[in-house]
Structure formats: C-alpha cells, structure tokens
Write a protein that binds this ligand. Structure first.
Ligand code: EPZ
Length: 438
C-alpha cells in the first residue's frame, strides 16, 4: 500500500460507508479461539493490519487461520504447538495484542513466550496490571532477552483480583485466563466496554461461566474444557465515531452503515452538543452537519460508559471549526495530545496543558497524569505536510486535510491501516479529492 496521500481539501464528505467488526474485539476473539478444542468461526472481521499480526502470532503457535470468504475467519486450534523464537521475535513492537496470549498459552502449553510489545505511542502503556493478575493465578513471569516468558508449573488457580484502574487489556487478560483456571475468579474494578461484553459473549458460547455484579465486578467459574464458537463481531464504535467527526468537520453528510445507537450514546450526546445532527436507522446512523455554527464543548475522556479516549482526536478537528473555546481533558492516557502539533501547523488554535486543568464542571475526578487541550475556534485550516504519529491521531490528520483549504500530504499511512479498514476506498466513496503516492 502507498505510504502517502495528497489531499485537496475543502470538499464536504458525502455518501455511505460501512463499518465492520471492531478491531478491539475481533483481535481478542481471535486469541480466545486458542482456548477451544474445536475450530471457531469469527464473522465481520475487518481487513486491518492488527488482524494480520494476530493471525501471524496464532500461526506461530500452530493455530490454522483460514478465510473461506471475505470477513470470515476459521481458527483451528487442533495442533497448538510451541513457537520458534524467530517467529515471535519477528512480531516484536508491532502490536499490544500478543500480551493476551498469556493465559490461553499457559492453559494449552504450560508456558507462554510473548514478544516485546508495540501499539500506539501514546504514553508509557505499562503491563504491570497484566503481570500482577497472571501472578495471582499462580504464573511465574520472567523477562528475558527473548521477551516475556511465563510458566505455570502447578497450573492456574482462580484468584481474587482488584485492578488499580479499569484497564481494558487487563480485564481481557483476566477473562482469558480465568475461564479455564481451577475454581472461581473474582475481578473487581473491571473495564466494561461493549467490546469486553462481546468478548464475554464469545467465551460464554465456548462454554465459559461468567457473571457480573454491580460496580464493575465480574465472576468467572473455571471449566475444564471449552469448544469453538461462531460469532459476529460487534461493530467498530471507534471507526463510526471517526467518520461522524469527519462529516462534522468537513460540513458533510455520512451514512455509517453498521453503526448502532446503543453503543454510541455518549458520543452521540457530545456530537449533538457540538451542533452535529444524526438520524438512527435500522442499518446504521446518518451523521451530518445541519448548517449554522458549531458550538464549543467541554469533554472528559473516560472508561466506558464515559467518552472514549479514541474519540477525542477526530472530534478535536471538528472543534477547531466551532465558535468559541472547547476543552478536552484526557484522563486515560498520559500523552495523547502530541498529534495536535500538526493541527496547529495547519492553522488550528490549540494549547495543550501537560499537567491538566482544574475545572468546576468536571465529572471525572482529576487523574494524576492527565492533560487538557484548549481549542479556540473557528480557525480556517490550510494544507500542510504531516506525518501520522499514531492510529487515531493519524485519522484526525486525514480529517484535517479534508477540512483544510489547499493541498496536504499525509505520510506514514501504514499506521492508519492498523485500525481503519479500506479507508482509501471509503474516502473515494465519500467524494474526497486525493491521490496516493509513494
Ligand atoms: C485498549 O488499550 C485499546 N486497545 C485502546 O485502543 C483504547 O484506547 C484503550 O483500551 C482504552 O479504551 C486495544 O483494545 C487493542 P487500557 P489497552 O489497559 O487495553 C494504564 C486504539 O486506538 N495501564 O485500558 O492497552 C494505561 O497506561 C487504541 O484503538 C497501566 O498502568 O488500554 C492507560 O493509562 C489505542 N498498567 C490506562 O491504564 C497496565 O498494566 C488504560 O489502558 C495496563 C494499563
């Protein structure tokens, strides 16, 4: 695929595109297939590079992954075997998903070798919650030059775990480990994102016993065997919200096929407050700019059911066109406003407060490492040459280039294909004027 795109901006995006299964569920459901004794079938799998990376990791461990038709994966774990170091090492730095192989591999092989992780550079992104949880199940964690080696000589036993923060990945780690551990696991302060609920649905189809109590508590009763599943992945909320912000910023009108209201309610409220309009249909949601001025907002990112950290970057581009001062408080990651530098180069007025800002209207208590971005608009954007820094920041550059007057070049597009399926074809369908280069 080309590495760069030259965009002639200033044209409202209009038309219909489809979103398929969520990156942040499909990749985890693929890992869950390792736990079954029989093949699993996953439907609505997006063609994105994170899916390819997990496919390679599964392949290294002997899981046969085939695709009988577009969007469908059959994952056969009948011949799970130890991986060669070179195969694992080749995946180092490419994604964070491999960390979730730990529990399933411990159950299947008694040991797990995990490459050094990658993923978006949006802060430290430590794995201490994951490792502490695995130790609570009885695993032994060794960090070596090869990566992380985890063993469980006495098998894994259910545990009482309380996460210091409702981490998505650590909750998934506990679920994928507890389902086949001996006894009952109680997980307190769990993340409850819709993708996690969908992963629980996958595991229940496989034979797991999982129930929830109020206040973010999940119980898992371990079972001896699990079988394969057939499952259609939940739609990609982050992609849907990204296209919605693109419609707003460019003054356009986009029908996002496959988007569902229930899982986007928090986003829809903010979208409406900014001055965007939407219509909920059976088969998707139409997002459009109804005319008139956009309004400034105060937003705090948070864990579900709050406003997702992955929604703020595309929204910020729309906020550069709102009349007045908006504030976005980032409370999930400690360094997720780096992408705004390029927006400033394109004419936006954005000031990032690295130590955050106090505000009397805050809903989320201030976190230690948070930051705030103050966006003053409206500011016309002009074309520039920008380089994609991370997945969501990168998509926001596409939106900025589409909104700007004049020509922009966006390079390092490979990162965007980690999470946005066929985004070039979708831009074409929406009437964007661009050319791929490189
Ligand atoms: C998932 O990342 C998503 N990635 C992220 O999507 C998303 O932004 C994030 O959840 C929050 O919703 C995938 O699902 C692959 P976390 P994850 O553990 O699981 C701290 C995208 O663009 N933390 O909930 O890695 C961490 O540093 C992305 O699609 C620890 O301190 O997120 C962060 O501040 C990027 N120790 C906070 O918790 C740990 O061991 C939340 O992280 C783990 C996390």
């Amino acid at each position: 695929m080309s590495d760069s795109i030259v965009i002639d901006g200033g044209i409202p995006l209009r038309g219909r595109i489809e979103v398929r299964g969520a990156k942040n569920l499909a990749t985890k459901a693929m890992v869950a297939a390792l736990l079954g004794d029989t093949p699993s079938i996953l439907q609505d799998v997006p063609q994105i590079s994170d899916v390819s990376i997990v496919t390679r990791m599964l392949d290294a461990y002997g899981v046969a992954v085939t695709s009988p038709e577009e969007g469908v994966l059959v994952l056969d774990p009948s011949n799970v075997e130890r991986a060669h170091f070179a195969q694992i090492d080749a995946l180092a730095g490419s994604s964070r998903i491999p960390i979730l192989f730990c529990g399933p591999l411990l159950h299947r092989l008694g040991e797990a070798l995990i490459p050094d992780l990658g993923g978006c550079r949006i802060g430290d992104r430590p794995i201490d919650f994951h490792m502490d949880a695995l130790r609570a199940f009885g695993a032994i964690v060794d960090k070596s030059y090869e990566g992380i080696r985890i063993t469980a000589p006495d098998g894994l036993t259910g545990a009482n775990i309380e996460l210091p923060y409702p981490s998505v990945g650590a909750t998934e780690q506990v679920l994928l480990t507890a389902v086949r551990a001996r006894g009952v696991t109680e997980l307190k302060n769990a993340a409850i994102e819709p993708e996690i609920m969908d992963l629980i649905a996958v595991l229940q189809k496989m034979g797991a016993i999982i129930w929830m109590e109020p206040n973010r508590t999940i119980f898992i009763e371990g079972v001896e065997t699990l079988s394969g599943y057939t499952h259609r992945a939940i739609f990609d909320r982050n992609e849907a919200a990204s296209w919605a912000s693109a419609a707003l910023a460019t003054g356009g009108d986009i029908f996002v096929g496959g988007a569902k209201q229930q899982d986007l309610m928090t986003f829809l409220n903010v979208f409406r407050k900014v001055g965007g309009a939407f219509e909920v249909h059976e088969d998707g949601i139409r997002f459009y700019h109804p005319g008139g001025a956009l309004k400034p907002v105060q937003v705090e990112t948070d864990v579900h059911p709050g406003f997702m950290t992955d929604w703020q970057q595309p929204l910020i581009v729309a906020l550069t066109q709102a009349e007045g001062v908006s504030v976005v408080h980032e409370t999930v990651y400690e360094n997720r406003f780096g992408f705004t530098d390029a927006l400033v180069e394109m004419g936006a007025d954005i000031v990032v407060h690295q130590d955050g800002l106090e505000s009397v209207t805050r809903r989320v208590p201030r976190r230690k490492l948070e930051q705030a971005a103050v966006i003053t608009g409206p500011t016309p954007l002009h074309g520039a040459d920008v380089r994609v820094p991370d997945l969501r920041g990168g998509f926001s550059y596409l939106i900025a280039a589409l909104t700007a007057e004049g020509r922009s070049t966006v390079t390092n597009l490979g990162i965007i294909s980690r999470g946005y399926e066929h985004f070039v074809e979708k831009l074409e369908a929406l009437g964007a004027r661009f050319e791929l280069v490189g």
